[in-house]
Ligand binder design. Structure first.
Ligand code: AMP
Length: 192
């Protein structure tokens, strides 16, 4: 199973991806998680990405495509994967197409979590509060001001990725404002 989860920051992609990992036994490939790990480890990629991520902008296509290319080649991704936070631009989607085609692979589904953007800031504030209460680190970009910039980046560069897949007949839209379990059930129905 090769699957893409699309939707703005705070739409619930990460939450649903975690559930799908358990259900299908395939890894979640989150470019955000991988970039945060690179920043924490101080790798060359991390050093390049840090300031952009903290400001809420998008890291270059070249960097994220490179990260995904390496990650998809790992043994655990051979039986499938869930892409979470990638592709975020049409150029990334095109690069993914080329990558998959060269391996003779196809996507099984692209699911867009459709949400009411006016409710997302409240969700993100809640996510930060929950992380804090659980003693987990709070993401620097889960700050209301930075979040606005992330949403702008989504509307400018990423919103057009869903129509890209819609043209290819791969896209399914799901109401991401439902309760988490209802969203999971709707995704399960699409995946069969
Ligand atoms: P996320 O955890 O998916 O919200 O990503 C956190 C941040 O990492 C984003 O705001 C971007 O700065 C960067 N990032 C993650 N994935 C991508 C991507 N596919 N393309 C560009 N930047 C990305």
């Amino acid at each position: 199973m090769r699957l893409i989860l699309l939707g703005p920051p705070g739409a619930g992609k990460g939450t649903q991806a975690t559930r799908l990992v358990e259900r299908y036994g395939i890894p979640q490939l989150s470019t955000g998680d991988m970039l945060r790990a690179a920043v924490a480890a101080g790798t060359p990629v991390g050093l390049k990405a840090k300031a952009v991520m903290e400001s809420g902008g998008l890291v270059s296509d070249e960097i994220v495509v490179g990260i995904i290319r390496d990650r998809i080649a790992e043994p655990d991704a051979k039986k499938g994967f869930i892409l979470d936070g990638f592709p975020r631009t049409v150029a990334q989607a095109e690069a993914l197409d080329v990558m998959l085609k060269s391996e003779g692979l196809k996507l099984d589904a692209v699911i867009e979590l459709v949400v009411d953007q006016s409710k997302l800031v409240a969700r993100i504030v809640n996510r930060a509060a929950e992380a804090k209460a659980a003693g987990q680190p709070v993401r620097k970009d889960d700050d209301p001001e930075v979040f606005k910039t992330r949403l702008e980046a989504y509307n400018r560069d990423t919103a057009i990725v869903a129509p890209y897949y819609e043209k290819g007949g791969k896209l399914t839209k799901i109401d991401g404002m439902q309760a988490v379990d209802a969203v999971s059930a709707a995704i399960a129905k699409v995946l069969g």
